[in-house]
Design a protein around this ligand. Structure first.
Ligand SMILES: NC(=O)c1ccc[n+]([C@@H]2O[C@H](COP(=O)([O-])OP(=O)(O)OC[C@H]3O[C@@H](n4cnc5c(N)ncnc54)[C@H](OP(=O)(O)O)[C@@H]3O)[C@@H](O)[C@H]2O)c1
Length: 232
């Protein structure tokens, strides 16, 4: 039985990813994380009935809690095979309106937590090999006026993921980074409130790509930033 940890599983892309992976790989153990327990329970109800699903509410901006949680998961189950970092935070503001707290929270959730989760999970994953996938953004690749904290954090995540791909190769751990474009979720609504969500990519489409990468199809693709965009 393989052990998956999926962050951001209460809604959007993380929820769709948890559902898709559980249907593609029933019988495995899925530990799904986010702050909102009631929404995690909704996700669990939609996952494959033969999958073992454990909901763990946690605020990823609290590094000490993240460290404790991952160590307890590793100690209890003895292995961590897949770490899928989907959670993300944005509070778009112009430079002059961006507070230090906004910048700190954006970086805590979007990159610091990924570093902590990765470091702690690798302590266990290095025994068996495994896969780590980070959800960055096309915003990390080009200018986004008004979203400087978010886009900078995603650029950092792309860089971190590529470094992990090289650094963790010796343990048989693959590190992936995907950068979705516009996708119909609550986070996107904050960035583009006027946009019609039916005209853009759906979270299930991103989840399909992630599930593919976690399977054998992804074995030769780690280390590069994979852009996922709806072809209009
Ligand atoms: N939607 C897009 O257009 C788009 C494009 C490119 C990249 N992305 C990336 O895709 C990822 C998923 O976002 P989404 O679009 O699916 O947005 P979403 O529906 O708003 O989901 C965001 C997820 O992150 C979790 N999260 C946020 N802050 C957290 C915290 N402090 N602790 C724990 N969990 C936290 C949320 O859970 P709780 O609120 O329950 O804690 C939720 O599950 C993000 O990394 C985002 O940057 C999205």
């Amino acid at each position: 039985m393989k052990v998956y940890i999926i962050t951001g599983a209460s809604k959007g892309i993380g929820k769709s990813t948890a559902i898709k992976l559980s249907h593609d790989n029933p019988g495995d153990l899925y530990i799904i994380l986010a702050r909102d327990l009631s929404k995690l329970i909704e996700t669990k109800k939609l996952m494959h009935v033969d999958s073992n699903v454990i909901t763990k509410p946690i605020d990823l901006s609290d590094s000490d809690k993240v460290i404790k949680l991952i160590r307890s998961i590793g100690d209890e189950y003895g292995r961590i095979d897949y770490l899928i970092n989907v959670a993300g935070y944005v509070n778009p503001k112009s430079l002059l309106e961006t507070t230090v707290e906004n910048w700190e929270m954006t970086f805590k959730v979007n990159i610091l937590s990924v570093f902590v989760l990765t470091r702690e999970a690798v302590r266990f994953m290095k025994k068996t090999g495994g896969k780590i996938l980070n959800v960055a953004s096309t915003a990390g690749l080009s200018s986004r006026p008004g979203w400087s904290a978010y886009s900078s954090s995603k650029a950092a995540l792309i860089s971190f993921s590529k470094t992990m791909s090289d650094e963790l190769e010796e343990y048989g751990i693959k590190s992936y980074v995907v950068s979705p474009g516009r996708c119909a979720t609550d986070l996107r609504k904050q960035l583009a409130p006027e946009e019609d969500p039916t005209t853009i990519m759906q979270p299930e489409e991103v989840a399909d790509v992630i599930s593919n990468l976690m399977g054998e199809n992804g074995n030769n693709l780690d280390g590069q930033n994979i852009i996922i965009r709806k072809q209009l």
